[in-house]
Design a protein. Structure first.
Length: 146
């Protein structure tokens, strides 16, 4: 009976091994403003994950969007958008996909086309030293599109 319970415990834990859930945030100079990315990998055998992009302005709001099918080794570059937009925006780029993130309206939306000017690079969300984190400016290095 003892051997059977050990096997059942092992079979219960095994599907969770290798699953991933971690977060990284970019904090604004304004108190309680942030952009947080939450990476979720449901099953260890998948080479993709879901990334929740959350715009936070406490206590008023926290809204976001889930990006599905993101390769595990993907990094995201964050830009301060040009002043051309009706509200202050940050732009989050991964490959050819760009998302508008607003802590003003607490929304995240995907652009249908790549904007011509992404603005000033703030840094990158990436895995560094084994930890998913936001790495600011020059310390993040150049992204492949630059």
């Amino acid at each position: 009976m003892k051997l059977l319970s050990r096997w059942l415990l092992l079979l219960t834990i095994l599907p969770l091994a290798g699953c991933l859930q971690d977060t990284a945030s970019y904090s604004f100079s304004e108190k309680d403003h942030a952009i947080t990315l939450v990476r979720n990998q449901t099953w260890f055998w998948l080479d993709t994950l879901e990334v929740e992009v959350i715009a936070i302005r406490l206590p008023e709001c926290d809204g976001g969007l889930t990006i599905k099918g993101v390769p595990v080794d993907t990094h995201f570059t964050l830009y301060q958008a040009p002043d051309d937009y009706p509200e202050p925006l940050q732009l989050l780029q991964t490959g050819q996909r760009v998302f508008a993130v607003s802590t003003q309206s607490c929304r995240v939306q995907e652009f249908k086309e790549l904007p011509p000017n992404l603005g000033v690079k703030l840094g990158e969300f990436l895995v560094k030293d084994g930890t998913f984190q936001f790495v600011a400016g020059a310390a993040a290095g150049k992204s492949p599109k630059e």
